[in-house]
Design a protein around this ligand. Sequence first.
Ligand code: ARG
Length: 360
Amino acid sequence: MDPAAAEEFLRQFHAETEPGEPLADRLRAVRSEIDRTGTYRQTTAELTFGARIAWRNSARCIGRLYWQSLQVRDLRNLHDAADVAQESVAHLRSATRGGRIRSTMTVFAPDTPARPGPRIRNDQLIRYAGHRNPDGSVTGDPSQVAFTDHVASMGWPRPQPAGRFDVLPLLITGPDGRPRLFDVPPDAVYEVPLRHPEHPWFARLGLRWHAVPAISNMPLEIGGITYPAAPFNGWYLDTEIGARNLADPDRYDLLPEIATRLGLDTRSIRTMWKDRAMVELVRAVTFSFDADGVTMADHHTESERFLRHLEKEEAAGRSCPTDWSWIVPPMSGSQTPVFHRYYDEPDPELRPAFLEPHGF
Ligand code: ARG
């Protein structure tokens, strides 16, 4: 635990907000707490501020206009795997709100000199299993095959028959380092069945996706303190599901089937069957989320909002580190304003920040 990191963070907190306590008092108290214990405890206001700044500093996120609205659930008193599992499920319920999704983070116990904090091994709180078949093909999400095999080897009973959208259990390690499995109750997993505004056959494909993307394997670092379990969610952008999760060749790879149903000629790439099928898949995603009243952004609107965020950051005298290759949407890039410019270089030293994901 680096006292300079604590000091730098507290200075920023005091510069950007108006906390009642004078900075000098807080710095003195934190220094002596670090001397005595090797760490310090942040106030809930400091934690909330730090979490929001970590979002604001996320160079890959197009949704940062809303950084100040992040709801922070301060559960730093929780260490045990079972408590973390229960409150991760509660996180999902409170973030979902029947479809009116709220950006939320739950912060569990930090790493301290006395003991490590808990860890959530899943990359998101909700993920669909990937089942490897004997012929090498995958049923479900191919990105989850290794994790699915891992939890199955720990005793997770794979659904029989294997489905394309089987929600994985949570795999959580408490301070004792012992990994444990917990089911996510189905009523905490809000899902949208996908249909198309014009093609009735689309609904019969039986596709669906969950409403809440909740990243759970990126440690949060604030003022020198690392919170290894700090799951956070926003709401989905249409293209994340329609142009990536369901379309990438190494994910659900659905474009060939959709193109065929659309009657497109898939023998020549030059018919643009991939491009045309992708548009219809993304349309189906947006249409279905809208019809079910589940918050979803579209890539055109969100691109404009991101430029507004950049203007606000510039007006506040801050740089806004941004990764072009993540910000430009994976379809129709040039039709969004974020395509046509360069950005401040991401700075790997910038804090508060979400750190590289830990593996499972
Ligand atoms: N791209 C990831 C997914 O499709 C989610 C990443 C976070 N997305 C968000 N809108 N907050 O599952």
